[in-house]
Design a protein around this ligand. Sequence first.
Ligand code: GLN
Ligand code: ZN
Length: 763
Amino acid sequence: MVIASNLGYPRIGPGRELKKALESFWGGRSDAAALDAAGATLRRASWELQRAAGIDQIPSNDFSLYDHVLDTAAMLGAVPSRFGWNGAMVDRDTYFAMARGGPNTPAMEMTKWFDTNYHYIVPEFEPGMIFRLASSKAIDEYREAKALGIETRPKLLGPVSFLLLGKSRHAGIEPLDLLDQALPVYEQVLRQLAEAGATWVQVDEPMLVLDLSARARAAYAQAYARLSAACPSLKFLLATYFGDPGDNLETALELPVAGLHLDLTRASHAGQLVQRTLAAVPDALTLSLGLVDGRNVWRTDLDAALGTARAVLESVGSQRVMIGPSCSLLHTPVDLGIETELDEELCSWLAFARQKVDEIALLARALVDEAAVAAELEARRAALASRRASSRVHDPAVAARMGSVDEAMQRRVTAFAQRQAAQQARLRLPLLPTTTIGSFPQTGAVRKTRAAFKAGRLSAAEYDGFLESEIERVVRFQEEVGLDVLVHGEPERTDMVEYFGERLSGVAVTKHGWVQSYGSRCARPPIIYGDVSRPEPMTVRWARYAQSLTDRPVKGMLTGPITILQWSFVRDDQPRRDTAGQIALAIRDEVRDLEAAGIRVIQIDEPALREGLPLRRAQWAAYLEWAVASFRLVAAGVRDETQIHTHMCYAEFNDILEAIARMDADVISIEASRSQMELLEGFARFRYPNQIGPGVYDIHSPRVPSQESVETLIDYALDVLAADQLWINPDCGLKTRNWDEVRPSLMHMVAAAERQRSRVTAS
Ligand code: GLN
Ligand code: ZN
């Protein structure tokens, strides 16, 4: 018997029911009982759906009201002292305060879950923290399913990954020092699960696909020896995912567990991983094969998957094989069946979570009796063949253009010093020029008008008229405040990637393809399904209009290829770098059209450059090579006097400065105010050659920065950078702020720049 297994199902519900329940609870419009009921309804629906599909091992405790790492912190009672928790079970209010902050208590930090667009709450360890069982969620949800007649496999985030994902804010505490404290709590939970009747548990240890220290490897051995000895009746399925365990494979194979899950979709050489595993697999170990991609939206190539599974089966026997998704299905949209925006052909190439569950069950059945499912396999083969051959996927014109890309297309005509002189002669900017990052407040009126237009209640002419009036307002405002380089404000964009996704060929956008980003926040990533090209200019109309209103330079605003790639579902039939190259060519054309339309400054945003880094350090250089090349391909088609900006946020850059410098943007703006310009030290040490705008105003906070505080930050920046290298701007776009915050903040910023300008000139 081959076991059909799932590692996790999306929590948000097909119609974002969880989002609605959470936001209504937080807004005081419904009570805790209503929230609990909504959760129970969602869990039941997903369990029943998986059972009906034929999944043998259905996960429980994959649901979360906010985040599974936060759930684990709650399980261990790892509550930072500022939340004033009383020490019994972690109650709902404490839980949400940890996630979202309280009236005077900052929330816990949030960061990206590996290289996905899901964000987790970073565990915080502090002195005096004593772990103890403080949440019964895992056991409650196991029992809840059982009461519905559904046997589940409880899922826990493993102790080593949990600790390594956390941070200690105090010197002297290393997360792994806390392992001895964490293990007794895990033992307690596991014993309770065993007593309640669980036979298998899924323990996620995704950290096993990263570069690990010897100490971390030893921690794995210690933790699992202890846990399996404490619960001899439980079978542990140790789940690795998001990559190949690589040099940690041996460590994983030596752990005293009953099953090991491998992600066979993201390992660059899945065949080799299988061979290496089979060569060393202990006698009784079950292998769980992650054959259905949990990070993407494509239908699985079932024949290829069956081939891999058969090789394993022949070697270890059918009793020791599970078929599953590569990772939890959390990262895919919920159900293709409810999608309305995509055409039938495109749909036939796709599988969302619900369809992936069917694929898993089908694979498991095919391994037992292929003849019984022959017709189904054949239908899927046909869909795959149609995708492979489709002219919507393969555009010879794009291929030809890609073939003609050469080194010269990726190089500005002259070096920065010479360009800088040409740009200055044309732009005549003062010392310490001021600008913003692009978006201005997306007010209720902007969002409502866009929704009315999309719903057909407003004509295109009316909508365009509205956008023009918004742009004019934003331009006048910036003139009044005295900014030097203006923007049009981006009122026409819901989202910096979706906007381009809607306008590029080879890219589709969905109506219901929501994926959880964090808590109640969901995103709808575009689907890049074919060769990408640009049928017509995408932003020129608005940039030209804005420039027609003023003599000051207006910055054209574009999203770069890496960010579009990172925040979309991408093709699985060609390397990411090729897709990036195609997007780069399309955006390059837009850059040239902006230049031809008289736009003198063009910003190409790459906030996601850093998050595209591979999980393993050894692969960084190769990624950075093509990522930088794709940026340069976008930017290098302009004349010397056209100034190229880029913008990055959310990250530390010090370990990739050399790559950032190779992008050769004339000006880069980065997030720096929250670290009091500490981020700049790297740029200074590295002697970053071009110009930099370190954010001097933290747009993530509603606080209006005083003129003095901005002056102080400029002082810090002037300590490490030359005055003629420095730009003055906020941290990021102003889209999420309101006008009452933006107006005084920018006035203070401009006044601070003026003060500093006269000081610098005087000295
Ligand atoms: N130009 C974008 C904006 O201002 C940049 C957003 C971002 O970096 N995330 O909104
Ligand atoms: Zn930003």
